[in-house]
Design a protein around this ligand. Structure first.
Ligand SMILES: [Zn+2]
Length: 111
């Protein structure tokens, strides 16, 4: 199977441009990590060796890490809980949006 292409090159996260980069070679050397968010540097690294379904989950997961940090949750919640909170909320949000395309249309209305 051919690895997926980079799905987006940047994301606007709370008004900040986050670069999204193919970091497959680097992340494969780090035990096959699927993605990373360097929120202070505003960039997300993706391992493109995963299939497209997993890549969606990973990209949203890393975006949630950025939101989590930008919203200051890391100051209020013990660090040990961040990964489990992000994993569950990002996967839950992805499934909610994919299962309810009319909800996505409603959320994207201009007025
Ligand atoms: Zn994570």
């Amino acid at each position: 199977m051919r690895p997926p292409k980079l799905p987006v090159k940047s994301l606007d996260i709370l008004g900040k441009p986050f670069a999204v980069e193919d970091a497959t070679a680097v992340l494969e050397l780090e035990d096959g990590t699927l993605g990373k968010c360097a929120h202070a540097k505003c960039f997300i690294m993706l391992n493109l060796s995963q299939n497209r379904a997993q890549l969606r989950d990973t990209l949203l997961h890393e975006a949630f890490h950025a939101i989590y940090s930008e919203m200051g949750l890391c100051e209020d919640i013990p660090e040990a809980l961040e990964e489990t909170i992000i994993r569950r909320l990002a996967t839950g949000a992805l499934n909610l949006l994919r299962a309810n395309p009319k909800l996505v249309d409603f959320l994207m209305e201009k007025q």
